[in-house]
Write a protein that binds this ligand. Sequence first.
Ligand SMILES: *Cc1c(COP(=O)(O)O)cnc(C)c1O
Ligand SMILES: [Zn+2]
Length: 399
Amino acid sequence: MEQLTCYDCGETFPFGDAARCRCGEPLWFETDAAGFDWRDASGATAGGVSLGRDTLWRYESVLPATVPDGLAAAAGGTPLFRAPSMESPDGPRVHLKVEGVNPTGSFKDRGTAVGISRLEGPVGTVSHGNMALSVAAHAAAVDREAIILVAEDTPDSRLAMIAQHDPHLFRVRGDYGRLYDDTLERDLGAAFLNSDAPLRVAGQKTVAYEICEAFAPDAPDAIVLPVSSGGQASGVWKALRELDAAGLLSAVPRIYLAQAARCDPIAQAYRRGASRVESVEGEPTAAVSINNADPPSGNRALAAVAETGGGVVSVAEEVMISERDRLAADAGVSVEPSCAVATAAVRELTASGEFGSDDDVAAILTGSGYKYGTSDTDISSVREVDRTDVPDAVREVVS
Ligand SMILES: *Cc1c(COP(=O)(O)O)cnc(C)c1O
Ligand SMILES: [Zn+2]
């Protein structure tokens, strides 16, 4: 599994030789999964000890890395459950994939786990969010140097969260967008696990392996996920291609992507019917984790949608925030605003008739809401009460 290929022109490269195809598109690992069967997936052990639950290493036979020691062994294997409280009478069955259960609270751990297990020496990333936190934590777990390049305007609270894992943190002045390419094009002495790096995409495909295995021998009708760089969307598409080649899908699920309307270059290209994403001038949005105006794997994400017959949905800011509140209040799942676009998209696709009551839809809730706080949540309904008045006060609200 040492070859990288271009999804678009089919060109191949030995792993390590190129960051991008000659045509400019991102690469991914060539994986021969034709002989893969669900029976090959098994609960992995690390250091001779069972992990206590299934993790992404269940799919070790189709990954470019072997089961590691330490925190990376614990990534993936997240819950998927049906959430009737998120369904509407004429809508699909909604299944929530809760990626916030990963070690650092987001799906980014899947890509980091595979990447750090395969690479040697220092690792780095260009991120000030979940990816930075994930790389810092996983590097700490195996006593590796981590180089984390954050944007100049990264709030101190974020820096502190990353800094607790003791990486080398750099606040970078200047064009932060260019930095992504700089770290790929130049040898900095550290291997950069940026958002659509082939190793990261390999790890992130396991979320779709888990979803499809849960439905085997059938398959969900659709998988809906938030998209930013297009790295995770690429991983999901790659998984579906592999599982289809292995004959394990009764039908290939359609891939639907969701963006915040304030920064939605992939959705705009989709609406234009284009196969190429143009960068946009995004506006600030509460969906900080999916705020990418120039997505490096945007074209590949669009191809995933086109090939599977899915779509791309833009979600208005207020709709996204109320959906985030609804997920917490109705389904009991706390997410960042960036994740709420997924179930908001399910609602919009139900309203437009794209999803019906015969459909099974899996929505990927990419990251936990507990990390970043919910300072905008209305707490005016909190009651102040004396201890002696508690019995009466409680009886009043439960009656
Ligand atoms: C990174 C991230 C995304 C977007 O993933 P891409 O691979 O960049 O498209 C979505 N949600 C959360 C919570 C994230 O951290
Ligand atoms: Zn190419």
